[in-house]
Each structure stands twice: as structure tokens, then as C-alpha cells.
Design a protein around this ligand. Structure first.
Ligand SMILES: C[S@@+](CC[C@H](N)C(=O)[O-])C[C@H]1O[C@@H](n2cnc3c(N)ncnc32)[C@H](O)[C@@H]1O
Length: 278
């Protein structure tokens, strides 16, 4: 294999970037060319290819179905951990859930979607929070992501110490058990069974398979990877999935400014969350 083949030429980079954008809405700036090169080198190796042009040919050919998953797995940034941006979980259980219970009573299930959930820490944090703070409340939690490998990992529910570093000590002893052979912490089945997972592409224009009638959507730390057009498409998809009056929670470094006016910003404890207008 030619070592020079692994160097991503400018034109090949632009072709790959366009392809990734069409498939996922993720926009890769020029400054991230090195990252594409690094992340996709393994795909060249696995497929016994000499260079990125051959890889593009493969993606445009009959092996598209087989390769699109691994490509997205390699290109997406999946950083996450339990109780990330903890204010959101405090607001969720201290403000949003009480409001929904006042509106609908304890007997109506609350429907929650963690829409770019990576390896599952976010929806499982929601499950732990509800189990701890809202005993007896009915709820459904869906976790989804565009990356198949993260969903597989979420279903397994095995985590390293980095992932659980923000979990309060009493929850670690209650919901995790250390597995020597796997060198990781296994999440208890009593939490795992509270979340179901599926693959959903947030920028999909067809909306096939999107959940509907939701009360709360967590969509954190993914809009940052999109350009304005993809952000608008993703947010509009989530708007359609929410019930009127439902809440959208995005990452603390993200905003809906310039994207939509269909949501009302609500400030709670110095944190902005968004409510779908009634
Ligand atoms: C940085 S992680 C955020 C995980 C979690 N929400 C958090 O805040 O900790 C971003 C996730 O968005 C996913 N993603 C990227 N593009 C997506 C798309 N078009 N549809 C759904 N998920 C996408 C990635 O696969 C990745 O797992």
C-alpha cells in the first residue's frame, strides 16, 4: 500500500465533505481536513484501497449501503458523559416535569426524546433522574443517533470511568456494577430497560420513523456540527415532533438565534431552554 495514498488531496477532501454533508448535515470546515484524513484512514485500510478517490468511488457504487454506516461512525464526534451540563437535568426534574404533571396528571406518560444520544449517557441520565425524583411517574424515553456503532454501545450499557465521573456516588453504587473482565461499569438492567434506541438522522427531509407527540426533546451538542441549513432542517423536524407547549433543550454553547422563531426562549436559573409555542 502506498503511504502517499493516505494523503487527502484538496479536491478529494471537497468531494468527501460534500458527500458527508448530504448524508448527515454535518459541515466539515477546511480547518478540519486533517481530522477527515485521520478518521478515514482506517476505512481505506479495511477496504484495501489505495487512496481517497477510490473510497469515493466505493461510496458512490454498489457498496454504499455497506459503507455509509462505518463512514458516519468514523466521521461523527461522539463525546458524551453522564450528567453532562447538569443544570439541564435539574431544570428537567424541577421545572419541566412538575409543569407537565400539573398539565396532564401523574397517570399520563411523559414522552422524552434524546435525539443525538451518542453512546446513551444522556437518555440514561434522564432515566436515572426520573427514577430517583419521580417515583410512580409514567414515562417513555427514546434515544437515537445517526451512528450505528454508538447505538450498539448504548444498548450494551457498559461505561468507563470517564463516562461516569459526574455521577453522584450514591447512584454509582445503586445503578452500576464494576465488571473486572470488561474493565468497565455495567449499567443496571433496571435503568437500561427504561430506554429504547433507534437510528434517526435529524436532518432527514422525509421524517420517516420520527417520533411524534413528544413532551421534551434533548438535542445537545450536535447542532454545532451543522451549517445553518442543516440546523434549520433538524430544528424544524423536532418542532414537528413536539406537542404544542413541549420543550426543546439544546447544548449550553448552542442557540436558536437565526434558526427559528417558532420556539419561545424560557430562562430558568440563568439557563435558556426553548418551548414550542402553543
Ligand atoms: C457530541 S455528541 C452529543 C451527545 C449528547 N447529546 C451530549 O450532549 O452529551 C453528538 C452526536 O450527534 C450525532 N449526530 C451527528 N449528526 C447527526 C444527525 N444528522 N442526526 C442524528 N445524530 C447526529 C453524532 O453521531 C454524535 O453521537
Amino acid at each position: 500500500m502506498l503511504v502517499t495514498g493516505r494523503i487527502l488531496r484538496e479536491e478529494s477532501f471537497k468531494n468527501l465533505r460534500d458527500f458527508v454533508y448530504e448524508q448527515s448535515g454535518i459541515f466539515i470546515p477546511d480547518t478540519k481536513k486533517y481530522l477527515v484524513e485521520k478518521r478515514l484512514a482506517g476505512r481505506l485500510q479495511v477496504n484495501h484501497l489505495q487512496d481517497f478517490d477510490q473510497y469515493m468511488e466505493l461510496l458512490h457504487g454498489r457498496r454504499y449501503e455497506e459503507e455509509i454506516g462505518p463512514l458516519l461512525d468514523a466521521i461523527t464526534t461522539n463525546e458524551t458523559y453522564f450528567f453532562r451540563e447538569p443544570e439541564h437535568f435539574t431544570i428537567f426534574s424541577g421545572h419541566i416535569v412538575p409543569e407537565l404533571v400539573r398539565r396532564n396528571g401523574m397517570k399520563t406518560a411523559i414522552n422524552i426524546w434524546s435525539s443525538a444520544c451518542s453512546t446513551g449517557e444522556e437518555p440514561y441520565t434522564l432515566a436515572i433522574t426520573l427514577k430517583e425524583k419521580w417515583l410512580g411517574l409514567k414515562f417513555n424515553i427514546l434515544g437515537s443517533d445517526i451512528s450505528n456503532s454508538t447505538i450498539e454501545s448504548a444498548r450494551k450499557g457498559l461505561y468507563n470511568s470517564y463516562s461516569i465521573r459526574n455521577v453522584p456516588e450514591q447512584y454509582i453504587s445503586r445503578y452500576f456494577s464494576f465488571k473486572q473482565d470488561a474493565c468497565g461499569y455495567e449499567l443496571s438492567p433496571c435503568i437500561k430497560e427504561l430506554v429504547r434506541f433507534m437510528n434517526i438522522n435529524l436532518v432527514n427531509g422525509r421524517r420517516a420513523g420520527f417520533p411524534m407527540g413528544l413532551d421534551v426533546i434533548f438535542c445537545r451538542n450536535v447542532l454545532i456540527y451543522f451549517d445553518i441549513k442543516s440546523k434549520r432542517r433538524a430544528v424544524s423536524n423536532m418542532y414537528d415532533s413536539l406537542k404544542p407547549g413541549g420543550y426543546l433543550i439544546i447544548g449550553k454553547s448552542e442557540g436558536l438565534h437565526d434558526i427559528t422563531r417558532a420556539f419561545k426562549p424560557v430562562i430558568i436559573d440563568n439557563t435558556i431552554i426553548y418551548q414550542r409555542t402553543m
